[in-house]
Design a protein around this ligand. Sequence first.
Ligand code: MOS
Length: 752
Amino acid sequence: MPTTPPGPGESPVGRSTPRVDGPRKVSGLAQYTSDFNFPGMLYAVPVEATIASGRVVKLDLDTAGKMPGVQAILHRENIGKIFRSVLGQGFDGICEERRPPFEDDVIRYYGQYIALAVADTFENAKAAADAVRVGYTREKPNVETDLKAEDEPNRLVSTFGPKERLQSQRGDADAAFANAPVKLDQTYVTPAETHNPIELHATTAIWDGSRLTLYESSQGVFNLRGVLAQMFGLPKENVQVISRFVGSGFGGKLFPWTQCPLAAAAARQLGKPVKLVLSRKMMFQSVGHRARTQQRVRLGATPDGKLVSLHHDYVYHRSMLDDHHEDCGEATAFHYSVPNLRVAFGRARRNVGATADMRGPGAVPGLYATESALNELADQLKIDPIKLRVLNEPKIDESLNLPFSSRHLLECFEIGAEKFGWSRRNPEVGSMKRDDLTLGWGMAGCTWIAARFPAEASLQLRDDGTARVACGTQDIGTGTYTILAQLASEKTGITLDKIEVALGDTSLPEGPLSGGSMVTGSLVPAVFAAADNAIKSLLTVATTTPGSPFEKRKFDDLAFERGRVFVKADDPARGVPFAHLLQLANLRLVTGNGKSDGSFGDPNAKFSTHSFGCHFVEITWQPEIARLRVSRVVTAIDAGRILNPLAGRNQIEGAVVMGIGMALFEHTSYDRETGAPINSSLADYVMAVNADAPPIDVHFLDYPDKEINQLGARGIGEIGLAGVAAAVTAAVHHATGIRVRELPVKIEDLLT
Ligand code: MOS
């Protein structure tokens, strides 16, 4: 893959292309949600419940209401009507916390909003919010960490529609396990984790009559528009959502949270723009988190390592009212060849805020469990963990009975093992040393969804030789601005510096959620169709404009390449620049619109499409001082054609660092008495930072997957996180002999 930027006349696709929005970001010109200010704007600060279970019986607003600059203290009696939004309306109405704010006086989690102080400055609003006195009746919150599945029917409802608790089944897993010569039966636990994007959730709401404009840090402006239109009883076209730059989201910003309708309701009541920016503490309470999971994995195998049965039974926690599904079984049924399998789940309600998607939702905790079980089985059988996986590599997706569109997992193992030096591994625990350090080497495989969301885009060719590509999707820091420019450049031959990209606005053509690592793959066909239509318009102009050099030509005789229109039989270099033709016709621009279908969840799919990969991890262990470090990671990823290796590598490196955090540091702890997330700050919620990030060697296979789109690009991001924690814990076991089955690995786990 070329690692240099495109030269003149070269397509930027497949080349390491620096971010087109980089200069705006580093110079401070990029405006994030809380950077937008409006005349007369007010500031809102929510009052948070300090209990996790009970009722509000008294709100004493006397002091708060009289404080300087206070415009209103809004609560259940005076906030005005906020409707519920309908469940399960595609990506037009999803929200993880279904109850509108202030709907009743029941408190179901710590930090739930009870009232909203609105004032002329943020400081005055904060002081007033702090001065509100709340009387409660309290109940003991249930934040029990041991999860037992509640009694529920097989078919149940989740945020994303109906789900079967018995998720996948083939053969007779119980009988096969009972008769298996080799058995493994272990339970793996992943803790609640909190999204910590640097940009806090924020809303600025502005009403103009019955039109509502929302500036919001969002991964899905169209879904947010759908939810807010329902909550305020408005036609969708009366709501505009703008999210130009997003300081990351990790899934926490896919769907709207309650601060958004609160800001909108406050702006409606007071007739002024209202800005509401959460505190970091609120980020731990009221805007979602990755659910705690408890996953029992049972494997049956032959002595030479062929899997005969696989059970994956998992339970996760959820909030008191909501139904987010943490799909830990997402990959289990197709990842390996096994004739007998059962994947099933259960749920347990707790007094916690709503659970939500967090990078690689479901599959990331799921693969930690299943890949750890594979590693344990390999040790039990004294088989190399790669060899065990190769032995159980499926020929087709055995859960759907469909061929894979493109699966090169075995080649990932080969490349990863070679780059890492895996053949030098001595499997004996604690046997490998470097300097005075004990080394641990571990590996794991990974996989992630590959599919398209429906998408629309438009492309303009303009009389000054520039182009504009527009799509109402978002760039959450992953490079969508750059990819859109690359795609437009690929089709038009216009250089990146002459392409304007517009995104993050519901006034643009409807674009996909920034989720599931699916944006890039979804945009390719939509932008290509838009470009084709713009070019058609241009060729019509070329053949119909009086005085055009192509006036007498037939439309079909003409072609367009590298920004020039030419007669197909002639040399393209002698063509006429499109700007010249537009000037001749006195046209500012021609536009093409493009639209492409989604493939996500398609019941008629002919292929099973996923990305694959693997991680090799080295840790160093110093038992004398109980010091554990990840010292080296090699990752090999098969994600189709890589459109921008620079942005792609950056995504995988970031995801691996997050995986190190998942393995060693991250967990949200709930206080058993109050139900509060107690480590709710960047100081106390430990994440992997630069000092924890080792050299990370990323390799892409770059096989185009033509089932996904014309370029064969499947999309990158979440896959880099999947599997990392299992590779780290395998390395920890290799160095220390200790098997940690509850994340994160704590130093006390390793003290013997
Ligand atoms: Mo990702 S959790 O789909 O933003």
